[in-house]
Design a protein around this ligand. Structure first.
Ligand SMILES: Cc1cc2nc3c(=O)[nH]c(=O)nc-3n(C[C@H](O)[C@H](O)[C@H](O)COP(=O)(O)OP(=O)(O)OC[C@H]3O[C@@H](n4cnc5c(N)ncnc54)[C@H](O)[C@@H]3O)c2cc1C
Ligand code: FES
Length: 272
């Protein structure tokens, strides 16, 4: 299904933590079409913002689609003031998706901050495999640990790490990932890593995936302007796929995250 531009009504809007909100919009089309990993471009009518803001699909319940966001700057601050019944302009669903896991695969989901919402939608979509999912949540501190209970309610195993040790392991979430790989070394060929969060985390997760020879999908959240593949504002440098190598006769290219991503194989990204 392709994307649509729609004016939708806010059906719910809840603060779930310090600076974190979940906004629900009523859209049967978006609810039916959205797949895990995809996102929407969201514009606020009359807000005088040049561009929309990108948000991953966090959840779908019936005809309602939910976005989980953190207030970062002007756009998200204005969004947080919107009330139930007010309008949003949405283009979506956009981008590609995380792979459908094979029935015998064991998923290691590694998320940081607002990278967790698309991983939640991924886990919920394949909830019948939740007992084969380990979720690792990384955060600066306890206040920024989100969705821990929600992942547990799906049946996933959940671990937390924080930079300051105020919740879970004190340290980086990649330490939890390395431990999970060690603990599952007997089924290493069945492991699949999916990750979303800040770029330094994605870079480290990708490096672990390459070293351990485990397929690793990362969803990157570069700033986006058009969201439609037109402005070239969201490109990242990548190794060419075998098909691109054949066609372009070179090893490296630029990939538009909004339409050829946001989910990429970690091993394809050339980190700069
Ligand atoms: C595919 C995709 C999915 C996303 N999903 C979510 C989501 O589910 N929930 C969520 O809260 N955010 C998500 N983001 C990030 C979100 O788009 C930005 O946080 C938002 O655009 C900030 O807008 P603003 O006007 O509030 O801040 P701005 O005034 O534009 O920026 C304020 C601060 O936020 C930083 N910032 C801006 N854009 C990004 C970005 N893309 N990533 C990291 N920092 C940024 C700026 O550097 C600046 O420091 C996603 C981004 C992409 C590309
Ligand atoms: S955001 Fe414009 S090309 Fe991707």
């Amino acid at each position: 299904m392709s994307q649509q531009q729609q004016t939708v009504l806010i059906s719910s809007h809840t603060q779930i933590g310090e600076g974190y909100y979940v906004v629900g919009v009523a859209s049967p089309w978006l609810a039916q079409a959205s797949q895990p990993g995809q996102f929407v471009m969201c514009r606020l009518p009359n807000a005088n913002l040049l561009w929309g803001r990108a948000f991953s699909v966090y959840d779908v319940v019936g005809d309602e689609v939910f976005l989980l966001y953190k207030v970062m700057g002007r756009g998200t601050s204005l969004l947080s003031e919107k009330k139930v019944g007010e309008q949003l302009e949405i283009i979506g669903p956009l981008g590609n998706t995380f792979s459908k896991p094979k029935p015998d695969q064991f998923l290691l989901l590694v998320g940081g901050g607002v990278g967790l919402p698309p991983l939640y939608f991924y886990a919920k979509t394949y909830q019948e495999q939740a007992s084969q999912m380990r979720v690792m949540i990384g955060a600066r501190d306890k206040e920024n640990v989100i969705l821990e209970e929600e992942f547990k309610a799906l049946g996933c195993q959940v671990e937390v790490s924080t930079d300051d040790g105020s919740a879970g392991l004190k340290g980086l979430v990649t330490e939890l990932l390395k431990k999970a790989i060690r603990n599952n070394s007997k089924i290493k060929d069945k492991l699949l890593i999916a990750s979303c969060g800040p770029n330094p985390m994605l870079k480290a997760v990708s490096a672990i995936g390459i070293e351990e020879k485990i397929p690793t999908e990362i969803s990157m959240e570069e700033s986006m302007a058009c969201g439609l593949g037109v402005c070239i504002g969201c490109v990242v440098k990548t190794h060419c796929s075998p098909e691109q190598k054949e066609e372009l006769k070179r090893d490296e290219t630029y990939t538009r995250l909004c339409c050829e991503g946001p989910v990429l194989e970690g091993s394809r990204v050339i980190w700069e």
